[in-house]
Structure formats: structure tokens, C-alpha cells
Ligand binder design. Sequence first.
Ligand code: SAM
Length: 239
Amino acid sequence: MGGGAEAKDGDPAAGLYVVATPLGNLGDLSVRARAVLTAADFIACEDRRTTGNLLRHLGLSRPLIAYHEHNERTAAGTIAERVAAGESVALVSDAGTPTISDPGFRVVRECRRRGLPVFPVPGPSAALAALSASGLPSDAFLFLGFPPPRSAARRKLLQEWKNFAGTVIFYESCHRIVAFVAEALEELGPDRTVAVGRELTKLHESWHVGPLTTVAVNLARERPRGEYVLLIGPENFSF
Ligand code: SAM
């Protein structure tokens, strides 16, 4: 089933399968991800309800174990023990790729620490989806996840990376995206080329691309809703 790890009798090979799930468009679930979810002994998920809904849409039913920020340390041990006992486990998060600004890291690390097999089942992730369609340089990039909540810390982070010779990618919530882009304008100047991707792969997907000054003005005009990725191009880059 995974990484060329199909067992001879057709049963999935024991291991932890890190399975990417859609960001919003169910058509983005890969054929292999579906096969892994169908055959896994159980699915370790961030939230039972969210993953339960996904499985229902797919017409699947598998046992679920919840792991999340607050129980991940204990859950990691339990999950790793079951992998060690020969079970196949699919690790998913609510959307996109587990461990990428999502829980799951401790589960993967615990399996690696015990020398157990871990297989990626790659697919959607908002950072790479946004980068690939942004038109900003993609040969070198830096993913910084969610910026800190406090303005001073965000400004410091922007200063720290403003000379990076590639694209810098941030996740941000609808509550803070306008403020963060305004801070970027002040810290990086009006001409820096940026892209803001919203609700990627979903019905209301939209983009703002261009100089920071224009993007900041246009973004401030709309009522921010949904999920956002901010990409900041390197100095002296323009379309
Ligand atoms: N693990 C996920 C991944 O692989 O992309 C990310 C999970 S993180 C908790 C959620 C953040 O990812 C959102 O706040 C937003 O910044 C970004 N994101 C997720 N889905 C998105 C989408 N459809 N469009 C734009 N940004 C998205």
C-alpha cells in the first residue's frame, strides 16, 4: 500500500502513513490517499467530527483515534505501540498535510524514534499550493507558518527575513491578515511584490497579487473571511 510497501497478501504493510487530505476541494484527495484510508487498521485524526465527515463523503468507515495538541504526547506512544504491533495507521489532520502548522509531529517523531516505518502519502498543502500559483520565485522559499500574534514580534520577524533571497510564506487568519499586510507594508516598503491567496481550491478562491501598497489597499477594502496565505517575494522582484 505505501512507499512500495504493499505486502504480498494484499494487506497494507505495517507502518504510519502520513496522509494529506483536501484543503476544501474533495477532488484533491489522491487515489493513493483514498486506498490508504480504506485499508488502514485505524485512522489517527485531529478531530473526529471533521475526519468523520470526510470519511462519510468518501463512503468509508474506519475506527478513529483522536490526537491533538493537548494529548499528542500520550497519543503518540499509543499509536507507535500499535504500529510496532504490526498495524497500519493513517495519520490525518483536519485539512492539508499533517504536521505542517498542524499537529502530528510528535506521532511521527515517536515512530521514527522507535525505528518504525513511516510513509508519506503526499497531497494538498496550502503553502505549496499558494506558492505554485503565485508567480513569485519558487526556486528558493522559506515557510514560516503562522506569525506570532503580537505586532512587535511580527514586525521583528519581517525585519529578520526581509533580505531572504527567495519567497517567504506565512499562514494567517482572517482576523489578522489585514493588520499583518499593513505591518509588512511599513516594514518592507510599498514596492515589495506579494501574493495573498484566499480560500484556495474552494468556491470563493481569490487572489491579490502585486506591489504591497496596492495589495494592502485592496485587502483593507474587503471584509476578510476564510483562510489566507501570504507570500512575500524577494527584494527587486516584480512580475
Ligand atoms: N496542514 C495544513 C496545510 O498543509 O496547509 C495547514 C493547517 S493550518 C492549521 C491552517 C492554515 O493554513 C490557515 O489558517 C491558512 O493560513 C492556511 N490554509 C489552509 N487551507 C487554506 C486554503 N484553502 N486557502 C488558503 N489558506 C489555507
